[in-house]
Design a protein around this ligand. Structure first.
Ligand code: SAH
Length: 253
């Protein structure tokens, strides 16, 4: 899969592609990342990429022309059109990113990712070329780069062979393999820390009991913090009678 990233600050991506999981996915060629700076496609001595907003007001707006030239170069280089590699614009008004979408991206051929800066981008460019807008949540960043890195990171760790332990991502929160529940608590050495021990089930060496304990913890935590995820698991017929008994016991506490 290939992600082409349009950004005024390509250098922000360098450390990210040199470390950890994202580096592994990048170096193994599982997630090909190419960086494109609209400034390289801007006209004039100053290579201007932004200008003042019509109608007045504070801040600057990214201009449509350099972005269009940059996108045209990417499309030519990829040899793929928007039906294969859609143009994603990161924006607070977009759909909030969730596991299901990350999973879809991780099975895709990639995308062109557009990182906004300043007040945003000329609306005419968005109307003409953007296929989809993605938000990280109800807050405002100063640029789309962190959002692009977030998408790349979450997609990279789902690629087969990227995590040390194959399939370990299936144990993570929201994964359908564990019915979309939240993850259970984890513990490691030492066995005693600041007067606190470790749940006895985890020390029992009894595999079935350990798995049952983990499932119970996932159910309880999810019911408490994200009850809508329990509703979704129930609607998808993923909860066993034993699961329901745990949830019922929790409710009556
Ligand atoms: N004026 C815009 C915010 C511009 S912030 C508004 O109020 O909606 C500059 C850029 O940061 C945006 O163009 C976008 O690419 C990125 N950005 C800011 N907040 C974001 C969020 N919650 N999710 C994804 N990208 C975001």
């Amino acid at each position: 899969m290939r992600f082409d990233i349009i950004t005024l600050f390509p250098e922000l991506f360098e450390p990210f592609l040199k470390i950890g999981i994202t580096r592994r996915a990048y170096e193994a060629g599982l997630v090909d990342v190419r960086l494109w700076n609209p400034r390289d496609y801007a006209e004039g001595n100053y290579r201007r990429v932004d200008d003042r907003p019509f109608g007045g007001g504070p801040g600057m707006v990214m201009m449509a022309e350099p972005l269009t030239a940059c996108l045209t170069a990417i499309r030519a280089d990829r040899g793929q059109d928007r039906d294969v590699a859609p143009l994603v614009f990161f924006s607070p008004i977009g759909e909030t990113l969730r596991h299901a979408a990350v999973q879809r991206w991780s099975d895709s051929q990639g995308a062109v990712l557009l990182c906004g800066r300043y007040e945003g981008i000329d609306q005419r460019f968005i109307d003409t070329y953007v296929d989809l807008q993605i938000s990280l949540g109800d807050f405002v960043l100063s640029g789309g780069e962190l959002a692009a890195m977030t998408l790349l990171d979450s997609v990279a760790r789902l690629q087969p062979g990227v995590l040390n332990d194959e399939g370990s991502h299936q144990l993570d929160s929201f994964n359908p393999a564990l019915d979309g529940l939240l993850d259970c608590p984890h513990y490691t050495r030492p066995e005693q820390w600041e007067g606190q021990g470790v749940p006895a089930e985890l020390m029992s060496g009894h595999h079935v009991n350990i798995e049952r304990w983990r499932r119970d913890q996932r159910l309880r935590l999810t019911a408490r913090l994200r009850p809508e995820l329990i509703d979704a698991a129930r609607a998808a017929a993923k909860l066993t009678p034993q699961d329901e008994a745990i949830l019922k016991a929790q409710n009556s506490l």
